[in-house]
Ligand binder design. Structure first.
Ligand code: SF4
Length: 211
């Protein structure tokens, strides 16, 4: 597998935010979100075998492990890696852009799946069939950059009755809109979703890697 970095930090987004977590960050992404903060994952990285990755993860002695990228579902071996991590008693999270099929992942894996809003420029890539595979433990994330994104998010959530089916996460595209504005809209619409800030951006210096 092509790996950009493996490191221990605190989980920055999702209902697991704030917990110690080992991140396995794969290389490569087939989207180009307008507000992407992970361009460094698009190229480079190092080839690692599954055994090398598992050995590296083992050094950290941490129960929570997240597969992230780039887009981890681009890597054919990600399914086997996720299963092996679950077999070794890890809680396994995967963060995916939501445009690739999530159904083949080991059922023990918790999927944190984006639905890309219009301002990302990648809204057309959302794979809607993924919604039918979601379970109550999974999380669906929307990154809001403007009012049109919020309205699209609200419509999508209500049309697919997502408030009753999964955990919902709403964040802002960093620096593009004030959190206060989005929270105000959510409260006005009685949206049953978790508003979140990207914790890691408040803890570490800008452009910090391995954190
Ligand atoms: S899916 Fe993630 S890594 Fe890929 S372009 Fe979008 S924000 Fe960047």
């Amino acid at each position: 597998m092509r790996i950009t970095e493996i490191y221990k930090s605190v989980q920055g987004e999702s209902t697991y935010a704030g917990l110690p977590c080992v991140f396995i960050r794969t290389t490569g992404c087939d989207l180009r979100c307008s507000w992407c903060d992970s361009e460094f994952t698009f190229t480079g990285g190092a080839q690692m075998t599954l055994d090398q990755i598992l050995a590296e993860v083992g050094k950290y002695d941490c129960e929570l492990v997240e597969l992230t990228g780039g887009e981890p579902l681009l890597q054919p071996e990600i399914y086997e890696l996720a299963t092996k991590l679950a077999d070794s008693k890890h809680t396994v999270l995967i963060e995916t852009g939501g445009h690739r099929d999530i159904s083949k992942l080991d059922p023990r894996v918790i999927r944190i799946m984006d639905l890309k809003c219009p301002a990302s420029g990648e809204c057309e890539r959302n794979l809607w069939s993924n919604l039918q595979h979601l379970r109550a433990d999974d999380e669906v994330k929307f990154v809001i950059a403007d009012r049109a994104d919020y309205e699209w998010t609200l419509k999508t959530i209500r049309e697919h009755e997502l408030e009753d089916r999964v955990k919902l996460l709403i964040s802002t595209a960093f620096g593009m809109i004030e959190p206060e504005q989005v929270v105000g809209w959510m409260l006005a619409d009685k949206l049953r979703a978790r508003f979140q800030l990207q914790l890691h951006k408040y803890i570490w210096p800008p452009d910090a890697r391995g954190r």
